[in-house]
Design a protein. Structure first.
Length: 253
C-alpha cells in the first residue's frame, strides 16, 4: 500500500543491477520500502545486489531472472511479484543499453535489440504492471527515460530514438491511466556518472545516481509526472529543442 506521502512499501526493479535503479531503491528504503524484487538477466549479479540490499536493512529482497526482451518472462514477473510481495506498489523500469551509433557496427539485429532493451521491453513491462495495478486500484510506475530522447543526437542516435519512443509511450500511458489509481512518473536524467557512461566524456550538468534518487522521491511525494535531473535541464532542452540543427550538431557532450 502506498502511504499518505506517496511512498511505496513494495516494489520491483526491472534492471535489478542498475546503479541508478538501486540508488532509488536504497533511498526509498529509508522511507517505507521494505519488500523488493530485483529482476534482470544475470542471476549471480542480481543475487549480489540483493545481498547488499539485505545487509543495508531491507527486510525482504528476492530476485527474478528475466531478459527484458522476453515478453513471456515479463508476464511471469508480474504474477510472481504479486505472489511474493502481496501486492506491488511500485514498478521501477531501469533497463538500458547505450549500444552503438557507429554505422559499421550496426545491423538490423543490433538495432532491434537496442530498441527492445530501451523501449519495447520496458513498454511491455509497464503495460503488464499497469493492468495488474489498475485491477489492484493503486500503484506507481516509474520509468527511466533520458534527455537523449528529447532531441536525438548523432553520437547516440539509436539509443536516443528508442528512449524517445519509450518516453512518448509513457506519456500516453499516463493519460490512459487517469482515474485508475495508477500513476506514471517519467524521469529524464542527463548525464549520470554510472558504469553506463564510464569512459565517455562527461556532459554538462552531470549528476550522480543519488541525485536521481532524490528527485524521484520528491516526485513521488508531490505527484510530479515528469522529472528532469538536474531540474535545469528542463529549461536547457526547451532551448535545445528549437536550436537550428547545424548549431545543435556542434554542441559538446
Ligand atoms: N547513466 C546515464 O547517464 C543515464 C542517463 C539517462 C538515463 N539513463 C537510464 O537510466 C537507466 C539505468 O541506467 P544506469 O546508468 O543505472 O546503467 P546500468 O547500471 O548499466 O543499468 C542498466 C541496466 O539495464 C540492464 N539490462 C541491459 N540489458 C538488459 C536485458 N536485455 N534484460 C534485462 N536487463 C538488461 C542491465 O543489466 P546487466 O547488469 O545484466 O547488464 C542493468 O541492470 C537506463 O534506462 C538508462 O538508459 C542513464
Amino acid at each position: 500500500m502506498i502511504d499518505a506521502t506517496g511512498m511505496p512499501q513494495s516494489g520491483v526493479l526491472l534492471g535489478g543491477t542498475s546503479e541508478i535503479g538501486l540508488a532509488i531503491i536504497r533511498r526509498l528504503a529509508t522511507r517505507r520500502l521494505g519488500r523488493v524484487v530485483l529482476a534482470g538477466r544475470d542471476p549471480a549479479a542480481l543475487e549480489q545486489r540483493a545481498n547488499e540490499l539485505r545487509s543495508s536493512g531491507i527486510d525482504q529482497v528476492s530476485t527474478f531472472v528475466a531478459d527484458v526482451r522476453d515478453a513471456g518472462a515479463l508476464d511471469g514477473l508480474v504474477s510472481e511479484a504479486w505472489a511474493r510481495l502481496d501486492g506491488v506498489d511500485l514498478l521501477l523500469v531501469a533497463t538500458g543499453d547505450l549500444g552503438t551509433a557507429e554505422l559499421s557496427e550496426l545491423s538490423a539485429g543490433r538495432v532491434a535489440s537496442i530498441f527492445e532493451v530501451n523501449a519495447g521491453g520496458p513498454a511491455a513491462a509497464l503495460l503488464a504492471f499497469a493492468e495488474a495495478m489498475a485491477a489492484q486500484g493503486s500503484g506507481r510506475l516509474v520509468v527511466l527515460s533520458s534527455v537523449a530522447g528529447v532531441r536525438v543526437r548523432r553520437a547516440n542516435f539509436v539509443y536516443g530514438a528508442a528512449k524517445a519512443g519509450l518516453d512518448a509511450f509513457a506519456v500516453g500511458l499516463s493519460e490512459a491511466l487517469e482515474g485508475s489509481g495508477v500513476g506514471v512518473t517519467i524521469v529524464r536524467p542527463g548525464y549520470v556518472r554510472t558504469r553506463m557512461t564510464a569512459g565517455r566524456s562527461q556532459a554538462p550538468f552531470a549528476v550522480d545516481p543519488g541525485d536521481v534518487a532524490n528527485a524521484v522521491v520528491r516526485a513521488l511525494e508531490t505527484g510530479e509526472k515528469i522529472v528532469w535531473v538536474p531540474a535545469i535541464l528542463r529549461l536547457v532542452f526547451a532551448g535545445l529543442r528549437v536550436l537550428p540543427r547545424p548549431v545543435f550538431r556542434r554542441l559538446p557532450g
